[in-house]
Write a protein that binds this ligand. Structure first.
Ligand code: DON
Length: 584
């Protein structure tokens, strides 16, 4: 969101002539920073950077370096990420794309077996075929060059120390290892099998201390050589060997590792009530789907009532259903296929789509994607693509950071599934991001927009989100893991804070309802009494779930200070540089 115009050419001259622009009006949070993320040790690393005068971007990188060690199942050096950076002085938001790309040797048939049918999903995930070139560190390098204040090498010190001294295994990591079972690719992997299991084959237990000298050595190499350390030399060799090995080896080469191209993009922004919501555009479907969900909800509920209102929940579920139908059909890597991002989030299109919403009853089991060209013109894309049902699974992390100067970062990072492809190299797990492509490149005789192609980025749902108030001041930072459900988790939380006037923590705690298909995964136990029955009476089919895979970590700025929250479904905290974490 850079404000560039012809006037910009004269700015350097004008600056030479007059004093710099007036400082922004003071806020209650000035001089204090906050980090909300999935593990207290990682949050502490971020706070350490903020106390040393680091920026939000510095703190986010340090936090992520520790998460890669203590929450290895979710994200790390072997994966990708999206980062939004809000600069308070300019009110600009930069969006960084660190999404993995398919190797140049990959084709549309990447995940088809010898019989021409898609591989069983788990075989596709637990393979070398699913790994894209790790891109998160290269993205960090770019974001740090633009917004970093501390020296690059300092950002990795807390993680190196913890990796060398050993970290205590948290219940969630131990529990997920237990769930993997003896047949898992993780246990069979020559590197991961030794790291996560003892000589008797028992997985790391809660409370065990684990060192990771390989991770420390990799971080030292990154301190010295930046992202190049992952592109050539021994770490790159280890990545390639693990990707190419049988069974189901991938085609990735050193050239693919060198081809990593993180980008700084414009965020995709749109209005919501009196606010401006900004997120990540393609290859993520995040901003498209969150903006459409919110835009539809706003039209269906001009005067929302609160979390006990069945009409409010029904409208939210309708909005989700419509937004998911459009997102599933159109969103993909816009470098490869035309994605009508602006048309799908255009107020005229949303107004037409919102007319379908009838809160008194549920929509049909199958809800068709719309055709945004009917209101905004341009060629129809509706029948160009086959209907896509790309699957997505658990394993990702989100953090929100605000520094003492009021700059902010929303960072969502991922190796895709739990433990990624379940192959490990140089102290970190390799991603299975390419199963975010549609495994089937053709549906109903038509190509799928999100089909694999050489050098293409798979569609994401990650929705790092920054919300500004009417004056362009920071209002909130939010995001979550959860695969395609991320879109529902994030929009529920935004509705919670903005419409239902809840503190961030309570908005995060609200029931997650993922209304993507005719059956809505619903945390019934977190809904106010009577709401689930009333929704069912209106024709909604709810599938009760508990503790969905959300990991919402958010920060809001109020007139009196920070209002942060950490998802009680995970192990994170929200802490300021000067306070203790608040109760969840
Ligand atoms: O990019 C995406 O949308 C997925 N790879 C994210 C996966 C995920 O969030 C799993 N979370 N628990």
């Amino acid at each position: 969101m850079r404000r560039l115009s012809l006037l910009g050419l004269f700015v350097p001259l004008a600056l030479a002539a007059c004093a710099s622009p007036p400082p922004p009006a003071p806020r209650a949070t000035d001089g204090v920073g906050m980090v909300a993320a999935a593990d207290p040790r990682a949050v502490d690393a971020g706070l350490e950077m903020l106390r040393k005068g680091g920026s939000a971007t510095d703190a986010a990188i340090a936090t992520m370096a520790v998460l890669g060690l203590v929450e290895p199942q979710s994200a790390g050096i072997g994966g990708g990420a999206f980062l939004l950076n809000y600069d308070r002085a300019s009110k600009d938001i930069d969006a960084y794309d660190g999404r993995e790309r398919a190797p140049m040797g990959a084709t549309a048939n990447l995940f088809l077996g010898a019989d021409g049918k898609p591989l069983p999903y788990r075989d596709a995930v637990w393979s070398g075929l699913s790994t894209g070139a790790p891109s998160m560190i290269a993205m960090f390098e770019k974001a740090h060059a633009d917004h970093g204040r501390l020296p690059w090498r300092d950002l990795f010190e807390p993680a190196i120390k913890l990796a060398e001294e050993g970290f205590i295994v948290a219940p969630r990591l131990a529990g997920l290892l237990q769930m993997m079972g003896p047949q898992s690719a993780l246990k069979q992997d020559p590197v991961a099998g030794k790291y996560f299991y003892d000589a008797n084959g028992a997985p790391l237990a809660v409370g065990a201390r684990r060192t990771n000298p390989d991770y420390a050595a990799t971080l030292r190499a990154i301190q010295e050589r930046g992202a190049r350390a992952l592109q050539e030399g021994p770490i790159a060799d280890a990545i390639i060997a693990q990707v190419q090995r049988a069974p189901r080896g991938g085609s990735m080469t050193h050239a693919d590792l060198r081809n990593v191209t993180p980008r700084r993009l414009e965020p995709v922004c749109g209005p919501y009530r009196v606010y401006r919501v900004c997120g990540m555009g393609p290859p993520s479907s995040g901003a498209i789907a969150t903006l459409s969900t919110l835009g539809l909800y706003e039209r269906a509920r001009p005067a929302p009532e609160g979390p006990s209102s069945v009409d409010d929940w029904s409208a939210y579920m309708w909005a989700s259903r419509i937004a998911y139908a459009d997102r599933d059909h159109y969103a993909a890597d816009d470098q490869f296929v035309p994605v009508p991002t602006a048309a799908l989030t255009d107020p005229r299109y949303l107004a037409v789509r919102a007319r379908e919403i009838d809160v008194a009853k549920a929509p049909p089991a199958t809800l068709q994607p719309g055709d945004p060209s009917i209101t905004v013109g341009g060629p129809s894309l509706l029948d160009r693509w086959g209907r896509d049902r790309t699957a997505e699974m658990a394993g990702t992390t989100h953090m929100s950071v605000v520094d003492g100067d009021g700059n902010a970062v929303a960072l969502t990072a991922t190796i895709e599934s739990v433990f990624g492809s379940q192959r490990m190299a140089a102290g970190f797990l390799l991603n299975n991001q390419l199963t975010d492509f549609s495994l089937d490149p053709v549906k109903n005789g038509r190509p799928v927009a999100n089909a694999p192609a050489p050098g293409k980025r798979p569609r994401s749902s990650m929705s790092p989100t920054i919300i500004l108030d009417g004056d362009g001041r920071l209002y909130a930072v939010i995001g979550s893991p959860g695969g395609s459900a991320i879109i529902g988790y994030v929009t529920k939380t935004v509705i919670g804070v903005i419409d239902w006037k809840l503190p961030m923590q309570e908005a995060i705690n609200l029931a997650n309802i993922t209304a993507r298909t005719g059956v809505a995964a619903t945390e019934v136990n977190r809904l106010p009494p009577g709401v689930a029955d009333a929704l069912t009476a209106r024709g909604w089919t709810l599938r009760p779930t508990q503790n969905e895979a959300s990991g919402l970590h958010g920060i809001r700025i109020t007139e009196t200070g920070f209002d942060g929250g950490a998802d009680p479904r995970r192990e994170g905290v929200a802490k300021t540089t000067e306070s203790r974490p608040r109760a969840k």
